[in-house]
Design a protein around this ligand. Sequence first.
Ligand code: 13P
Length: 247
Amino acid sequence: MRKKIIAGNWKMNMTPSEAVKLVEELRPLVQNEAVDVVFCVPAIDIVPVAGAVKGTNIKVGAENMYFEESGAYTGEISPKMLVDAGVSYVVLGHSERREYFHETSEDVNKKMIKALEHGITPIMCCGESLTQREQGITIDWIRQQVKVGFQNISAEDAKKVVIAYEPIWAIGTGKTATTEQAEEVCYAIRNCIAEIYGPSTADEIRIQYGGSVNAANAAELFAQPDIDGGLVGGASLKPDFGKIVNY
Ligand code: 13P
């Protein structure tokens, strides 16, 4: 049985002091040992949030990371810095990073390899645009993102990765994918992993759905056989996140 994983992606929200207040508000609401709970927060919030979640079930995630160890990469953050600050997860290849910061699947692959090398669990995002869905190429596109993202990653490491399927048209739009649409793609992702690594890796790997997840739709989405939790944007900044964690 795969343990569900429910992660909040705060995106570019919350100053360090606001972040601590939010954690204090959410802390008592997300105490569910049956699921893994992760707060993925802006880089500047990592240290204060790591302090505020100490002794709880909440794990801290970063929203991005660079793939070099150190050096002349102004503005970037290394895996070692994240580990030292208390990070155990990192969101990689979010559609917003692919769209606004021109990240490619090749970049995502390099970051995946580095994160795993440092013991950080990648939450690798994939997802199609509305145009791609209308063109009928959703599954082909997602398979490509997954296949490139997992290049040169061993089966043993692949098992640790969390894949987040986030249809771009469902992000921040209030327009959630239907459970059938979400399950169809998560099932296809699991099949793709099975093709690359075999059935036991595919059985173990966790696949989240993301895109307008809220307190009202979480239970139905997470009940699907291939959906192992969610990556939650807007609703992760509100007490609603507690309801999602306790779906
Ligand atoms: P929303 O839940 O706000 O649609 O965002 C989803 C998302 O992008 C999480 O990474």
